[in-house]
Design a protein around this ligand. Structure first.
Ligand code: MSP
Length: 521
């Protein structure tokens, strides 16, 4: 592994809604990617944050009788607290109202201006006077142009605007996609992007005169920077772009380009077309990869607050615990598709995979070993056939896991680990160590050592998804996750040469969920 750093980002979330399962999903994916790279011994930077400007926010603030800044400030704790509760270990929580972000946006746009890629023209679109906002062309029905938020008629309006010369980058973008066929995961999304770019790019309106709540446009304070010219720049402003002190310059050089931008499928175009073109214009390297996930559905529909079909991440955490929910999201959704989630499925996953599968394996092994005075478990030099097979299965589980993790197919990675947990449970049931304790002490010791090595490998593999629980598990084996170690190498070697010092669990690692429908579904 040559590269020693890994920089991952989530979209910055609009502050007009509180965190929900959809936004939690993007953020958990990023946390798992960061932790997986930590396991590879890399230094990681995980960025998330909030998209705070725009007319909608200003209007919500007016309705609430507060300033826009007071309103966005009041929303920050909902996100920060929820992300911290879900053990999302971000390195920076960026807000587009942060002073350094605002300066970076200005510095970035100045570069585009210097390049000659910003020009003044007039923007024509459908305008909703009551909402004081332009409505996207895509949400307008030709025969009956009404505002999608308030349903009242919209009318065509022209206003002066600064444009970014997106059209100039069509060929460079197409060449880039061709040279980087793995730019987007899953691959099919790249084809959609290529088709869109080939169909012809229009220049992008980058400023508004009618929106006051935004960053003043460099050189013309009558305008504010419009949406994507502000929001996308967060990925570089967070790591020092636009600052001139040596520490910031080297910070930026250390992290940019991003290794992974994570986002839902609705905002691919902005990340795969607009953002790369903006970076090309600014003379900056392009991100290495985009990971595009599908929607979480409930009852077959996209979960969204307006539809009222949302599961609240706080309710789920209260009822099932944070890490079982993280596990469920990573094990039972497929990133490349939309995934329906149901309470029944969450409860089944926790009961079958975690409580009965892994939790039970751990508790019965510990109880059996400690009851038979086997507190220190030594490695075995020559394994009997069924233990040797289990060891092979352990190696195989890691290969499946490795493959899944590297291709962002977390559900497959976890399926590989869970299959191995079941194989280990079957090994225990077949060898019956509770009988061996009385009849064949050497084989008893071998079984316990083999299961401890299996549990060790399992805990490391599940650590990116359930860090706290897996650290608890490792503690019962006298082990821990050592920062900077390259666990891929350790697990690939699959040497069962550890001496474990066992300690009892204070409480079950995964309590079985009590089924009721208190959280809906
Ligand atoms: N502010 C912009 C992003 C700017 S990034 C420079 C934005 N914000 S958002 O809050 O509306 O959406 C953020 C992310 O949440 C998107 O990637 C979106 O796909 C994701 N989700 C919102 N609802 C979702 C589901 N029900 N399921 C999965 N993710 C969905 O867009």
């Amino acid at each position: 592994m040559d590269k020693k750093t890994f920089y991952v980002t989530t979209p910055i979330y609009y502050v007009n809604a509180r965190p929900h399962m959809g936004t939690l999903y993007s953020t958990v994916l990023a946390d798992v990617a960061a932790r997986w790279n930590k396991l590879l011994g890399k230094q990681t930077f995980f960025l998330t944050g909030l998209d705070e400007h725009g007319q909608k926010i200003a209007q919500v603030a007016v309705a609430a009788g507060v300033t826009p800044k007071a309103f966005v400030d009041s929303m920050v704790p909902y996100f920060k607290d929820m992300w911290q509760r879900y053990e999302l270990e971000f390195n920076r929580f960026i807000r587009t109202t942060d002073a350094d972000h605002e300066q970076a946006v200005v510095a970035f746009l100045r570069r585009l201006q210097d390049k000659g890629d910003i020009y003044k023209s007039s923007y024509t679109g459908f305008y909703c006077t009551p909402c004081e906002t332009f409505v996207a062309d895509s949400s307008i029905v030709k025969d009956n142009p009404v505002c999608p938020s308030c349903n009242r008629p919209v009318h065509e309006l022209s206003e002066e605007s600064y444009f970014f010369r997106l059209s100039a980058y069509q060929d460079q973008l197409l060449a880039f996609y061709e040279q980087n066929p793995d730019f987007i995961v899953p691959k099919e999304r790249l084809n959609e992007v290529i088709a869109f770019v080939k169909s012809g790019l229009r220049d992008l309106s980058f400023s508004r005169k009618t929106v006051g709540w935004g960053i003043p446009f460099p050189g013309d304070p009558e305008h504010t920077v419009y949406v994507w010219g502000d929001a996308l720049v967060n990925y570089i402003s967070a790591i020092g772009f636009g600052k001139t002190d040596p520490a910031s310059i080297s910070e930026f050089a250390a992290w940019w380009p991003a290794d992974l931008h994570i986002m839902g499928k609705d905002i691919v175009r902005f990340h795969a077309v607009y953002w790369p073109a903006m970076l090309l214009a600014a003379g900056l390297p392009l991100p290495r990869r985009l990971l595009v996930h599908g929607y979480l559905l409930m009852g077959g529909e996209k979960m969204s607050k307006s539809k009222g079909n949302v599961l609240d991440p706080a309710d789920l955490a209260n009822k099932y615990g944070v890490e079982p929910v993280r596990y469920y999201l990573m094990r039972h959704t497929t990133i490349s598709q939309d995934s329906s989630i149901t309470i029944q499925e969450i409860e089944n996953a926790i009961a079958a995979d975690l409580a009965n599968g892994l939790g039970n394996l751990l508790s019965r092994t510990l109880t059996l070993a400690l009851r038979n005075n086997l507190g220190t478990v030594s490695p075995i030099t020559t394994l009997e056939a069924s233990s040797a097979l289990l060891k092979e299965q352990c190696g195989e589980a890691f290969r499946g896991y490795w493959d899944g993790m590297n291709h962002y197919q977390y559900h497959l990675a976890l399926a590989s680990v869970l299959k191995f947990v079941n194989q280990t449970n079957a090994y225990v049931s077949t060898l019956q160590p509770w009988v061996l304790a009385k009849t064949n002490k050497p084989l008893f010791d071998e079984v316990i050592s083999s299961v401890c090595h299996s549990l060790y490998a399992t805990a490391i593999m599940l650590w990116p998804i359930m860090p706290h629980k897996m650290e608890q598990l490792l503690k019962t084996l006298g082990e821990s996750v050592i920062p900077g170690a390259n666990y891929a190498e350790i697990l690939r070697k699959n040497e069962w040469n550890k001496t474990f010092k066992l300690a009892n669990l204070e409480e079950p690692l995964f309590p079985r969920p009590e089924s009721n429908d208190a959280v809906g579904g």
